[in-house]
Design a binder for this molecule. Structure first.
Ligand code: DX5
Ligand code: ZN
Length: 236
């Protein structure tokens, strides 16, 4: 397989490295302080993992948290809907302040229609695929997307280990994007550690969901960890 483009210079501006901080991994008792730290650290997005306890075996934040966070930060919101039938909540998360809405290919029987509905709200749109979902399932919708999210763990929980086979999927998506002449971000989510992030970028990823494995690392401050991740990625 042709090696993925290795550095930002070869990619359009759209493909610059972006760090999307997984807010479910923040200090939930001091969310406002952590959001301010994330802004200081210079992350590109706040990543909101929205879980319904059905599509994934866990339950997390909802649009109410996002609404109050929207009042204290201008950071862009990357909303990862790990919920069944996401069409039901497009409006609610759009109103709550989402900039980029990512739905799962496995969560709706009308994926093309849901993507159009999100675009009609003026939002950026992405589609996520779980570890066992083939990349070819994106074939007939990828041309309408701003981003593809390759899950590198089974969604639902922080603190998991990356599934090595998902690295090949990142490369497969990058291949598809380049073959179709598209400029689409490729996001990775799950155990994006300092070490894994470098390998994920080599395979073609450029948006990194950073959680307990990196910027909410117990031994580093948010600013220190973000700087470390940024520097490591810049060397790839
Ligand atoms: C998976 C979660 C995690 C989390 C990142 O559903 O979305 O990916 O945000 O946390 P770590 O870095 O612990 O995997
Ligand atoms: Zn996520």
């Amino acid at each position: 397989m042709k090696p993925a483009k290795r550095c930002n210079q070869e990619r359009g501006d759209k493909m610059q490295d972006k760090i999307s901080a997984s807010i479910m991994c923040a200090d939930l008792l001091n969310l406002g302080d952590d959001i301010k730290e994330l802004k200081k650290a210079g992350v590109d997005y706040i990543h909101w993992d929205i879980m319904d306890g059905v599509f994934v075996p866990n339950y997390s934040m909802n649009q109410d948290f996002m609404k109050v966070a929207r009042e204290i930060t201008d950071l862009k919101f990357d909303t990862h809907l790990m919920i069944t039938d996401p069409a039901r909540y497009i409006d609610k998360f759009a109103e709550a302040g989402t900039d980029l809405m990512v739905v799962h290919a496995e969560a709706t029987i009308h994926l093309h229609r849901v993507v159009q509905q999100i675009k009609a709200k003026g939002l950026k749109v992405g589609v996520a695929i779980n570890p066992a979902t083939p990349v070819c399932s994106l074939n007939h919708v990828i041309g309408d997307l701003d981003l593809v999210l390759v899950m590198t763990v089974n969604p639902g929980y922080a603190g998991q280990k990356m599934i090595p086979a998902t690295l090949d999927k990142i490369e497969e998506v990058r291949e598809m994007v380049e073959k179709k002449g598209l400029e689409i971000d490729i996001e990775v989510d799950g155990n994006v550690s300092f070490e894994n992030a470098v390998e994920m970028k080599k395979r073609g990823a450029n948006v990194f969901v950073a959680g307990t494995s990196s910027i909410f690392h117990k031994d580093l401050s948010i600013v220190e960890a973000t700087r470390k991740l940024r520097e490591l990625l810049a060397e790839v």
